[in-house]
Design a protein around this ligand. Structure first.
Ligand SMILES: Cc1cc2nc3c(=O)[nH]c(=O)nc-3n(C[C@H](O)[C@H](O)[C@H](O)COP(=O)(O)OP(=O)(O)OC[C@H]3O[C@@H](n4cnc5c(N)ncnc54)[C@H](O)[C@@H]3O)c2cc1C
Length: 502
């Protein structure tokens, strides 16, 4: 039986219903619908990872188009020698690179079996430091030559890494940063900011690391890592030195698989075209970005609610014109460092390194010191991307596949210096990393309301994981800005906040 409601009560009830309806309506007005279409420019690890993270944030209904002018993977790439593929771009990933570790797990990929090999440092005349099979002997040699410099270096790098690892926690809680400076400040305070302005050598000397250790060891590691000298900023240097120190791994089948599989899993539309122009259209309070692109002389364009630039905006690299933006959006500052990777199948000339009998040459890697007369940065006996159970490294007197990194393509004479003879040489020229020191400003992440620049992070440090970290940051930033979650952007004292949120 229906219970009669008194008139007064009925009026206030309907008032409550109306108010609630109004509130829901205003909430619906306040909460915008998710973006309909997002464009990502570049399908390297940055672009592939951002497509994945954007979908995680906004949901599967958002259409994500990824434009790629070259090959999926970008600076993760392989060349084929004798029907086997070898990494010719980024070859190794650090064990603490947690986004990359997650991707591999998520995608069902595997770590490649590691084939160990010893390293040595060459100064142009002789090997000045040689690794042995004995860990304690290696430590003793380092201590004998350089005192406790190695220990000081290790402590410095570990401290930087420990602070850097905070980013994973912040990102797990949905926090994002609108500038690279804010991101670094939240991880390591003003110390990280000053590490962007001071050089590696300055910082290490201050810690008591000897000049000799810097000239012999640090210079060789940075020349291999970034092709650049010890004057690069301390933050980039520490990230590069961390990679040299820790356990490194690679993806079975090739590192580029992470990009192609992420894009597949995200169901992103990969559009094989070069983005030439991005034009801003604002009508009736709505902002749209027109992305103009070109493939095989055919021009086309499409409109997007949001665009992520996941390639360096430098001439020779991005080559994108921005139209109608006020203030203007343009090319990034500074320049990119040129590196040549030569994958050579041949017989090493071990006598150049002081081993007249090639059978006795025990090294898989040679790192060069910062000697201006030396024409290569590093030389590595490399394994294919698929390492079978029975795979073994070639004996030093056998023909093997070597990767040589150098500033310029190797000429015939230089090839003859390094190799007694060779079957093939495959050369890839890279604009590999920022030329640190060519600019003191770090480009912005937010180029316009919903236009973001992922690659600006490279001016702090450039690596596969840095691009993945930047990808997650951009996806969170885009999401937080779109839904006005301003309390999740550029927050101070995040360590404290995250602890209390637990
Ligand atoms: C030789 C070499 C060795 C390296 N070794 C290591 C290593 O061992 N470990 C490590 O962590 N890092 C290493 N790196 C660095 C690492 O490879 C890069 O930091 C990382 O791959 C950058 O990825 P990204 O997606 O940000 O940029 P990219 O890989 O450069 O991707 C950008 C993509 O955008 C595309 N693109 C550019 N312009 C346009 C346009 N207008 N329209 C459409 N598409 C466009 C490009 O073709 C490219 O595919 C190495 C790099 C090189 C070159």
């Amino acid at each position: 039986m229906a219970v009669p409601v008194p008139i007064r009560c009925r009026t206030s009830l309907s008032l409550v219903v109306v108010l609630a309806a109004l509130q829901i309506q205003s909430l619906a007005q306040e909460t915008p619908a998710p973006p309909r279409k997002i464009a990502v420019v570049g399908a390297g690890i940055g672009g592939s990872a951002v497509a994945h993270f954007l979908q995680q944030q906004f949901g599967p209904q958002v259409q994500i188009d990824v434009y790629e002018k070259g090959s999926v993977g970008g600076r993760l790439a392989t060349v084929t020698v004798n029907s086997q593929q070898y990494e010719c771009g980024s070859s190794s990933i650090h064990s603490l690179n947690l986004h990359m570790q997650d991707f591999v797990k998520l995608l069902g990929l595997k770590h490649r079996r590691e084939i160990t090999g010893k390293s040595a440092i060459f100064n142009g005349e002789q090997l000045i430091l040689e690794e042995t099979d004995w860990y304690l002997l290696n430590l003793f040699r380092l201590w004998w030559h350089y005192g406790i410099s190695l220990l000081r270096l290790q402590m410095w790098v570990e401290e930087v890494m420990e602070k850097f690892m905070r980013i994973y926690k912040y990102q797990a809680y949905g926090y994002a940063f609108s500038t690279v400076d804010e991101l670094l400040r939240s991880l390591g305070g003003e110390n990280f900011i000053s590490m962007m302005q001071r050089s590696v050598s300055e910082s290490l000397l201050e810690l008591g690391v000897t000049q000799r250790f810097i000239d012999d060891v640090i210079a060789a590691l940075l020349r291999t890592g970034y092709g650049q000298p010890v004057s690069i900023p301390a933050f980039a240097g520490a990230i590069s030195l961390a990679a040299a120190q820790g356990n490194r791994w690679a993806v079975e089948g090739g590192n580029t698989l992470v990009c192609s599989e992420l894009l597949k899993q995200t169901k992103a539309n990969v559009i094989q075209a070069q983005v030439t122009e991005i034009e801003l259209h604002s009508t009736e309070g709505k902002t749209l970005y027109q992305v103009k692109h070109q493939a095989n002389d055919e021009h086309a364009s499409d409109f997007y609610d949001m665009v992520i630039i996941a390639t360096p905006l430098h001439q020779e690299k991005g080559n994108i014109t921005f139209r109608n933006f006020d203030p203007a959006v343009g090319e990034g500052p500074g320049s990119y460092h040129h590196i040549v990777s030569s994958v050579i199948h041949g017989y090493l000339n071990a006598s150049y390194f002081g081993f007249p009998d090639p059978k006795l040459f025990p090294f898989a890697s040679i790192l060069a010191t910062d000697n201006p007369g030396l024409f290569f940065n590093s030389l590595d006996n490399i394994c294919p991307v698929n390492v079978s159970a029975g795979f073994r490294r070639k004996q030093p007197q056998e023909a093997a596949v070597w990767k040589v990194l150098s500033q310029q393509p190797l000429d015939k004479q230089q090839l003859k210096t390094l190799f007694r003879s060779y079957y093939s040489v495959q050369t890839t020229e890279w604009l590999a990393y920022p030329q640190y020191g060519s600019s003191n400003t770090v480009p912005p992440i937010v180029l316009h309301d919903n236009l973001f620049y992922l690659s600006s992070i490279e001016w702090a440090a450039s690596s596969v994981e840095m691009s993945a970290v930047a990808a997650k940051n951009v996806a969170l930033l885009a999401y937080n800005r779109w839904f006005q979650h301003l309390d999740k952007i550029d927050q101070k004292d995040l360590m404290q906040k995250v602890k209390t949120e637990l």
